[in-house]
Design a protein around this ligand. Structure first.
Ligand SMILES: Nc1ncnc2c1ncn2[C@@H]1O[C@H](COP(=O)(O)OP(=O)(O)OP(=O)(O)O)[C@@H](O)[C@H]1O
Ligand SMILES: [Mg+2]
Length: 229
């Protein structure tokens, strides 16, 4: 049982932005994917989420080939995505945002319990929240759908590291509850610090795959991986 990307190539406009990438996300584990701007991280996430369909290769979730599934069908099968850029619905309250995805009262309550500090903001329009609180809502909303796999694309965008650090133990807790997490991050060291598995993507190709610790403790390896050497 896992979420697998098999030899996937994604083309956009001029040509391939992802070339023959294979990766696996296991239930209960965090796989952190890092790489320079424009490396193809979002394209990779979008090919798993069904935003774009790979030109070759396959996406398999718990032994079901979902390569051709629509976004909606993937989400019903247990895939949740937090897309790059803040995706709250600003005219809705915190409660209403979570109600969009929570199917039952207990799913709603479990998601709210991730961030006790949101409790007093429950009936506030999310537009009034801080950037950090908005990302809490986004994460809680994704968790409320009870996903088997969760794809997180640059949740830290626009946040100070210290604010993003509040999200990290929660992401870890979500994984511990059995969810497979694919974490794409610009704060590489923070995101690799909570991962079981690490990947670096450069120019649409995997330039490192292995231990997160090995990567964070070796500046030269990190540099070379980012350079695609
Ligand atoms: N909608 C699009 N149409 C055409 N090309 C695109 C589109 N979106 C991204 N690209 C191109 O695909 C390549 C990979 O972009 P992508 O956004 O996947 O990278 P990224 O690693 O997520 O970058 P960032 O760190 O800036 O988020 C880039 O060359 C980019 O210009
Ligand atoms: Mg991106």
């Amino acid at each position: 049982m896992s979420l697998v990307l098999n030899d996937v190539t994604v083309s956009r406009g001029v040509g391939p932005v992802i070339s023959n990438v294979t990766l696996e996300v296991k239930p209960g584990q965090i796989t952190t994917l890092v790489g320079p701007n424009g490396a193809g991280k979002t394209s990779l996430i979008e090919s798993i989420a069904g935003v774009i369909i790979p030109s070759s290769g396959s996406v398999v979730m718990n032994d079901v080939d979902i390569t051709k599934f629509s976004k909606r069908k993937r989400s019903r099968a247990g895939l949740a995505i937090v897309e790059q850029g803040r995706m709250i619905f600003p005219s809705l309250t915190v409660r209403e945002n979570l109600q969009l995805t929570a199917r039952t009262k207990s799913d709603f309550d479990e998601a709210m319990a991730l961030f006790p500090e949101l409790e007093k903001r429950m009936n506030n329009n999310t537009v009034l929240l801080s950037g950090g609180e908005q990302q809490m809502v986004v994460l809680a909303r994704a968790f409320a759908s009870k996903p088997k796999y969760l794809l997180l694309d640059e949740m830290s965008l626009g946040l100070a590291p210290v604010v993003f650090m509040r999200l990290l133990p929660v992401i870890e807790g979500i994984a511990k509850s059995g969810v497979g997490v694919l974490l794409v991050e610009q704060f590489a060291h923070l995101a690799l610090g909570i991962a079981e598995d690490a990947m670096v993507v450069t120019s649409g190709r995997v330039s490192y795959h292995g231990s997160p610790k090995k990567l964070t403790s070796d500046a030269e390896l990190m540099r070379k991986s980012y350079m695609g050497e």
